[in-house]
Design a protein around this ligand. Structure first.
Ligand code: CAA
Length: 687
């Protein structure tokens, strides 16, 4: 028996324990160990039935995702778990799968090869493979519909969302939910089953009636636009109703391999590991002290301040919220209440819970709560002087050791920190709007920010259910410095004659959640205008700058909030083209001497996407971004970049860096030196 799988006999039942921390993935040795243990149980006169259970925090969380890269690189043979699962199912003694934690992907597929499945109430089961750009690859699309019907199975495999134990019991995936100790309960269940004839899932057909999967396909085409795996998953489940089991498995295997070898899967697996990698910032050791954050004080109750307050309250951290005027404070409190009301409407929290969270909010026109708070967050207007004044004030109010965080999206952290006598305690916490919804938190270290303040911020991000990415200090940091280049191209295109809807549609069809001009309208064109005023003195003569957005802002067209920006917005908030915008763009072009012409969609994509990649390479070279994967996670979680394209840097790698470098030159731009170097070398940004 391998060390990964243990065998013991208890009360006449063979107990097979999988012990492959942290999540009992099916790494090499695990399937072999399970198979050997089942064979041993089959031959063991002491054992009348078998229980398969996971050690530690979970049942099997799926195939070992790290192996997929090796398979695609040709270093390992293709995945083939079909025979292994059939041999479990062929065991003459009843096999009971005992589930706690999560039985996901290959984990659920192993569970379905058992004759019975029992679980604790807190367990979850699912086929989340589509989130990795693949489909179940060990008969999941064939056994699952045999247990729960074609419609439910197709939904689970296409959307990838796990199902809680109660739902799984109702659907027929589980046979029982056990109270108390799972191991003891499963052994008792197995003793009862012993002696009864076993029933193989693969031989069942009673739930295989065909279902209309058209509406699901439509939903997937909308919600998971551009992705191959969800539709392939539906096709594979549908095949279960039409084909014999073995043929269905062969069909599934064909689709699985097509998906696994696709760029989409490489991109999504990169994002899966990337989300976990960014939490481990280079240079921070496990010994770095992490301060306890039990209370927060926020200055500024505008859109950002109230969103940040909601995020803290959601994490159970009490918040003092300050504004100078009663009206603004009340508006902020009302926004926070609306956030909770909306969570109640969506059944995410109970009305009592919403009330409890509201009760942890202390609005103040003075500075009550600021002296005792562990972290003070500044969320005032994007203006350096105002931020410096605010920090001078916070420095006076805060207790020693408190963290002072600024929510600036572009300004120099060091200059803000210089307004205090404790620059080591100052850090950037750049939230994305709406701050209680968007997952990204850009954590910006200043020159003097202490390691402990950084480590505390990284931990705090997790508590706030954010993906925290540590970046260096420069104008716009990583996300907005790249976005600035991207937006510049979008505005140039409009000044040259492209319709805003043409630019946005090209990028949205490519996979961006929202086109850049629509994003501008959502964020407010006055915000960009204000930032550009801050940096006007840095403009150089003879260089072309985007002007059309500022022109619109100066016309009072602030975007969605004024019903007019790059688009017109009616009561339904739908974007409508506005001839006034085209006229403003024409006027700017005339003033700037910009030639008007027509553009192709390809040109829109080339200019906007390559501007992201080129600037990203510069940020890496300067060390502002520590790793390319940090940039990718920032773009996927903060800017609506499609995860299935891997983020801008991974996308460039998948396209081929040598080609990308040539394409940058074709646009007449200077490629970033790091891009040139990597294009001629490893073809990758990260080692
Ligand atoms: N393979 C390899 N490593 C895995 C893994 C897997 N299936 N699942 C998790 N890990 C690793 C993580 O990368 C992480 O590693 P580090 O500590 O080095 O960063 C560690 O296990 C712990 O994971 P989390 O931090 O995510 O822990 P969590 O408790 O927050 O979540 C989880 C646990 C819900 C299982 C989550 O890790 C998860 O969703 N994992 C992926 C599950 C999945 O997609 N399974 C399907 C795999 S594909 C498949 O099975 C194909 C098939 O049909 C055969």
């Amino acid at each position: 028996m391998s060390e990964l799988v243990r065998y013991a006999v208890e009360e006449g039942v063979a107990v097979v324990t999988i012990d492959n921390p942290p999540v009992n993935a099916l790494s090499p040795g695990v399937p072999e160990g399970i198979e050997a243990a089942i064979a041993q149980a089959g031959a063991d006169p002491e054992a009348r039935a078998v229980v398969v259970i996971g050690a530690g925090r979970t049942f099997i969380a799926g195939a070992d995702i790290r192996e997929f890269g090796k398979i695609v690189a040709g270093e390992k043979p293709r995945l083939s778990l079909y025979g292994f699962l059939e041999r479990i199912e062929d065991c003459a003694k009843p096999v009971v799968m005992a589930i706690h934690g999560t039985a996901l992907g290959g984990g659920l597929e192993v569970a379905m090869a058992g004759h019975y499945r029992v679980a604790v109430a807190g367990a979850e089961v699912g086929q989340p493979e589509v989130k990795l750009g693949i489909i179940p690859g060990a008969a999941g699309t064939q056994r699952l519909p045999r247990l729960c019907g074609v419609a439910t199975a197709a939904r689970m495999c296409a959307l990838g969302e796990p199902v809680k134990a109660a739902g799984a019991l109702e659907a027929g995936i589980l046979d029982a939910i056990l109270d108390g100790d799972l191991r003891a309960g499963a052994i008792a269940f197995a003793r009862e089953a012993a002696g009864r004839p076993v029933r193989k899932v693969r031989e069942r057909r009673e739930k295989l009636a065909a279902a209309d999967l058209g509406p699901l396909r439509e939903k997937v085409e909308q919600r998971m636009r551009g992705q191959r795996a969800p539709l392939a998953a539906i096709d594979a489940v549908e095949a279960a109703a039409k084909l014999a089991f073995a043929e269905g498995c062969a069909f599934e295997a064909k689709l699985f391999n097509e998906c696994l070898f696709s760029p989409q899967s490489k991109a999504l697996i990169h994002i899966f590991f990337g989300e976990r990698t960014v939490g481990k910032a280079p240079g921070l050791s496990k010994e770095t002290p992490v301060a306890a954050i039990a209370s927060c004080a926020i200055v500024g109750a505008g859109t950002m301040g109230s969103g940040i307050a909601t995020a803290y309250l959601n994490a159970g951290i009490p918040v003092a919220l300050q504004e100078a005027g009663a009206e603004a404070l009340e508006a902020g409190v009302a926004r926070i209440r609306r956030n909770f009301d909306s969570a109640v409407e969506k059944c995410r929290i109970t009305p009592e819970e919403a009330k409890r969270r509201m009760s942890m909010l202390k609005p103040t026109l003075q500075w009550e709560g600021f002296g005792s708070a562990d972290i003070l967050v500044e969320a005032v207007y994007e203006n350096l002087e105002l931020k410096q004044q605010t920090f001078a004030q916070l420095d006076k109010l805060a207790k020693p050791g408190a963290i002072l965080a600024t929510n600036t999206s572009t300004l120099d952290i060091d200059r803000i920190a210089a307004a205090t006598a404790r620059p080591a305690q100052v850090i950037g916490h750049h939230f994305f709007s709406p701050a209680h919804v968007m997952r990204l938190l850009e954590i910006v270290r200043g020159r003097e920010t202490s390691a402990s303040v950084i480590a505390t911020s990284m931990e705090l991000a997790k508590r706030l259910k954010k993906v925290g990415v540590l970046v260096g200090n420069c104008r716009g940091f990583v996300g907005n410095r790249m976005f600035h280049e991207y937006m510049t191209q979008a505005v140039f295109l409009v000044e040259e004659g492209a319709e805003p809807s043409f630019v946005d549609a090209a990028l949205e069809d490519w996979g961006m959640a929202m086109g850049p001009l629509a994003v501008g309208d959502l964020a407010g064109l006055d915000v960009g205008w204000r930032i550009r005023q801050e940096f006007k003195h840095l403009e150089r003569p003879g260089v072309r700058y985007p002007r059309a957005g500022d022109r619109l802002a100066e016309m009072g067209r602030y975007g969605q909030k004024t019903g007019r920006g790059w688009y017109l917005y009616g009561a339904d908030r739908q974007r409508q083209p506005d001839p006034e915008v085209a006229e403003a763009a024409r006027e700017v072009a005339r003033e700037q001497g910009v030639a008007r012409r027509t553009h192709t969609r390809e040109e829109v994509l080339e200019r906007t996407l390559l501007s992201l990649v080129n600037e990203g390479a510069r940020l890496l070279e300067e060390g502002i971004a520590q790793r390319a994967v940090d940039i990718d996670i920032i773009y996927v979680y903060g800017y609506g970049f499609p995860a299935w394209r891997g983020g801008p840097m991974k996308w460039a790698e998948l396209e081929g860096l040598a080609g990308i470098c040539d394409r940058v030159r074709t646009l007449g731009w200077e490629p970033a030196p790091l891009l040139v170097e990597r294009a001629g070398g490893a073809g990758r940004f990260d080692a």
